[in-house]
Design a protein around this ligand. Structure first.
Ligand code: ATP
Ligand code: MG
Length: 468
């Protein structure tokens, strides 16, 4: 790959750029790689993204593919989506495309719809700070609250997060434009923030989560200067809107690399910022079943995603929050509550604390709570209960959850095995299983009052426990 122009901005220049004092970056000379010298082919770009790019060009706007699409194509991965950057304003984009909707207040964007595919079209972001106009960039304590100041492609490039996300594929001549040494970092497998890392994390703390996600997804190492603040700045996540954190967590844990993400988030102390109650349990019992349970749950989710099977946030958050719920449940049981009431109280308590950090929409939190509330009910195998339970809409998820608990050494493996057999059994076989008195083999007695026993202790004796 022969560079047509070389540019090497020093860290100092970058820092000045981000303090909006230096005109340098606006005049920065990018590395431009002509079509024959890079591997991006139109054959690998979605037809709809190409339509958007060509149409904008036809209207005399600049149009580039940017972000994850370019990055993933260079790495030989299939891009998840295609993002377009242009000098057309969102309103101008809307005038060009009938199938277009403008979204976002914090960061105004145009979405061009083609059936199920959405091409995201962003206007180049600029660097001027707010003059009070509500459409401008607004800052608070170093954090960007709103960023709707438009600028040039050079400014846009340096406002992006990682160098590997700031590469542009120019539809005008099919060249690749690199303002931030992104190509070098792609080759080195390195994730590096553009500009001063701490300042960039403070501007938008979600970039810390994005660092973890891209490191896991791409198998890249995080450059030491970009990595170091991750250990210190996790507390900034408390300022992020809970709804945005929910969306980001789904991207993190439903990426197919959830287990790696979990381990990295814990390594940087970020997991505890997002799930303090869970982290407290994990920190106490680093080698016990809670960590095995979460790890296996995430590994299962990754496996399902790699097999193109469906996954749901209800199960994911059910797994991530189970240990604090279970501990509170045990405490309520010990205090004399009946199992169903104990579970209701424990779930309400943990959910309301969690909700202030990460907003789990009701359509996921309700089935999540059902999965939990079915756990003690799966222990009741007397009478007609099992027959009724298998018809419950959440039975399958609750059963999978029980199997996971048993595999992690927390629940009784015999109970999980009984339910496996029961589901597979014919009607007469089921009848004999029920007569066989499954209920008598119940380990826990959920309705017994004033129980001082912990289910965990017993389970550890019978089930496999992660020895680290
Ligand atoms: P993927 O789509 O594979 O998850 P992506 O890099 O395309 O990864 P998007 O969230 O689709 O990520 O964002 C598109 C591009 O917008 C990014 O590549 C990056 O250049 C820019 N971007 C997104 N979020 C931020 C952010 N918080 N700060 C700075 N730039 C961002
Ligand atoms: Mg993208």
């Amino acid at each position: 790959m022969q560079p047509s122009a070389i540019r090497n901005p020093s860290d100092k220049v970058m820092q000045e750029f981000f303090q909006d004092t230096s005109p340098y970056a606006i005049e920065a000379i990018p590395l431009v790689v002509p079509r024959p010298e890079h591997g991006i082919s139109r054959a690998n770009i979605s037809e709809n993204a190409l339509k958007v790019l060509y149409r904008l060009k036809q209207e005399n706007f600049q149009a580039h593919l940017v972000g994850g699409g370019v990055r993933d194509l260079l790495l030989g991965h299939e891009p998840k989506d295609f993002d377009v950057a242009t000098d057309a304003t969102p309103e101008q984009v809307r005038q060009v495309f009938r199938n277009c909707r403008l979204i976002g207040r914090r960061f105004r964007l145009a979405h061009v719809h083609f059936g199920r595919e959405i091409i995201e079209v962003a206007t180049f972001r600029g660097t001027t700070t707010s003059d009070g106009d509500e459409n401008d960039r607004q800052m608070e304590n170093g954090r960007i609250l709103r960023d709707n100041t438009y600028g040039t492609i050079a400014e846009d490039a340096l406002r992006r997060d990682f160098t590997v996300n700031a590469l542009y594929y120019n539809i005008a001549d099919f060249s690749l434009i690199d303002y931030a040494d992104g190509l070098e970092d792609i080759k080195a497998g390195r994730l590096r923030l553009i500009g001063d890392p701490e300042q960039r994390y403070r501007e938008d703390p979600v970039r810390m989560l994005r660092a973890v996600r891209f490191a896991c997804k791409l198998g890249f190492t995080i450059d030491p200067k970009s990595e170091e603040p991750l250990f210190r700045l996790g507390h900034l996540l408390a300022d992020i809107a809970p709804a945005r954190l929910f969306d980001e967590l789904i991207k993190l844990f439903h990426s197919g690399y959830g287990l790696g993400v979990f381990e990295k988030l814990r390594q940087y102390g970020l997991f505890g910022q997002l799930f303090p109650a869970t982290e407290a349990c994990l920190a106490r019992e680093d080698h016990g079943f809670p960590i095995t349970f979460v790890s296996r749950g995430l590994a299962n989710t990754d496996k399902r995603l790699h097999e193109d099977k469906s996954v749901t946030p209800a199960f994911l958050f059910g797994v991530l929050l189970w240990e604090p719920v279970r501990q509170r449940f045990e405490e309520y049981l010990a205090g004399g509550e009946a199992a169903s009431e104990a579970m209701f109280l424990a779930a309400s308590e943990i959910c309301s604390r969690q909700q202030s950090l990460v907003a789990i929409p009701k359509r996921f939190s309700l089935p999540m709570r059902e999965i939990w509330s079915l756990q003690p009910r799966l222990e009741q195998r007397d009478g007609k209960r099992p027959q009724r339970l298998v018809t419950h809409p959440r039975f399958r998820a609750a059963y999978d959850f029980l199997v996971l608990r048993a595999d992690a050494g927390e629940a009784d493996p015999e109970l999980a095995a009984w339910w496996t057999r029961f589901q597979e059994a014919s009607a007469p076989e089921r009848a004999s299983m029920l007569e066989g008195g499954g209920a008598k083999r119940r380990r826990r007695r959920p309705r017994r009052r004033k129980s001082g026993e912990s289910a965990g202790a017993g389970a550890e004796a019978t089930g496999p426990v992660d020895g680290g």
